[in-house]
Design a protein around this ligand. Structure first.
Ligand SMILES: [Zn+2]
Length: 217
């Protein structure tokens, strides 16, 4: 099956890994688009949106490459003529790429989303925790995800209660209980087709998830 993906990544510490991810795909069959290191300081919100709609047009799944520098979004201060004060707003390609991926764009349905994190990023994202509970009556190790003001995290563990797959309270199935699954880089590389297929499938079941498409800085 042909796969159409968009790779979102932070240029400063992610561009080599982006090349490695892109090389997994077959140029004759698959379509791979990705972020450009474009100067956006002179672009209006509308031109940024149009630019990204074009970039995203052929894709159905967005892969977010989480390197340490891709966890926090950049912001800027803009003058608000109504309140006569300065507001802080996000000014970051990777924020906009994910936000527009999650939108229903002209003739293009919401993308599936999968986040791939590098070993260097792991300490900022995950701690391992022991799970023991009344429901499953066993002790196991689960990943505890650190809350971040980032669209990836706001779209994790966002399954509506009726559809939750993992039966333990507060424990979420990695593949199905988050609209955006969080996968280690090496696992993803070994089995990328599988993870992309899962993201693709969730895209047709949007009603099961509480999607978050915007954040406040
Ligand atoms: Zn349990």
């Amino acid at each position: 099956m042909a796969r159409n993906v968009f790779i979102s990544f932070r240029y400063s510490d992610g561009h080599l890994l982006k090349d490695e991810l892109a090389s997994l795909f077959d140029v004759n069959v698959d379509t791979v688009d990705y972020s450009e290191d474009e100067d956006r300081s002179y672009m209006s919100d509308t031109s940024i949106r149009n630019f990204l709609y074009r970039k995203l047009r052929r894709s159905s799944v967005t892969i977010m490459l989480l390197t340490p520098q891709a966890i926090e979004y950049k912001t800027k201060r803009v003058f608000n003529p109504q309140t006569l004060r300065y507001d802080t707003v996000f000014d970051d390609w990777i924020y906009d790429e994910i936000r527009y991926s999650l939108e229903y764009r002209d003739g293009n349905a919401t993308n599936g989303l999968v986040a791939v994190y590098t070993p260097e990023a792991k300490p900022f994202l995950i701690t391992d925790q022991t799970h023991c509970c009344e429901v499953c009556r066993q002790v196991s190790t689960v990943s505890n995800v650190t809350a971040r003001n980032n669209l990836i995290f706001r779209n994790m563990m966002n399954i509506k209660p009726d559809y939750k797959k993992h039966r333990c309270m507060g424990v979420f199935d990695r593949d199905w209980d988050s609209y955006c699954s969080l996968i280690p880089y090496d696992d993803f590389k070994d089995n990328f087709g599988h993870y992309i297929d899962i993201a693709f499938e969730k895209r047709s079941e949007l009603y099961k998830y509480n999607l978050c498409k915007r954040l406040q800085p």
